[in-house]
Design a protein around this ligand. Sequence first.
Ligand code: UP5
Ligand code: MG
Length: 197
Amino acid sequence: FSSDKVTVVFVLGGPGAGKGTQCANLVRDYNFTHLSAGDLLRAEQDRPGSEFGQLIKDYIKDGAIVPMEVTVQLLENAMTETLSKTKDGKGRFLIDGFPRKLDQAVKFEESVCKAKFVLFYDCPEEVMEKRLLKRGETSGRTDDNAESIKKRFKTFVETSMPVVDTYDKEGKVVKVVANKSPEEVYAETKKKIEGRI
Ligand code: UP5
Ligand code: MG
């Protein structure tokens, strides 16, 4: 597909910051397709015959970042599929939980398209941990346990925050405080993105 026909917004934030929750709101109110890199990886992991199933499983449980070739390909496939269903080949995407590492950001912007801006949900670790442990009671996610959560936080601080900082220097980051009720977080989101989308 041609990159000038697509609009991409990256949605970043720590594990449990509320990226998925807020993307659902944005999809409802604005004309976006939501692509969660984590959801795409989990679907690929469970797809019978996937050559990456075991690899993805191991990385996710360990809170580590899956080699970017796999993730970028899954995102591109999902974008292509969405665009193939449109008349004009145009599309607007919220890409949730990606890029998580600087090289992924570079690769995606080179081979797919540039992000219009980056929505960053800023939340303290204690709050995120509480949310994830609670969700872990029912989510069935292999990484919603105390040990994996600790590793996810470490990866976020060491590897993913530099992506946010880099975009911030380019003036591309819209930062939203995520340590409030979902409704309050969404109200701030809407206020801050007005005029940018
Ligand atoms: N909740 C949400 N908002 C709340 C609020 N304001 N107040 C109170 N509760 C709130 O929310 C998490 C939980 O908190 C839910 O129970 C929700 O109801 C509640 P959610 O909206 O799901 O938060 P989100 O930020 O989406 O959390 P998620 O757990 O999905 O974040 P991660 O970034 O950890 O997970 P993701 O699925 O993106 O990635 C998982 C793994 O996949 C990574 O660790 C990595 O191993 C791998 N991965 C890659 O390798 N590469 C990628 O590019 C992407 C992922
Ligand atoms: Mg999520």
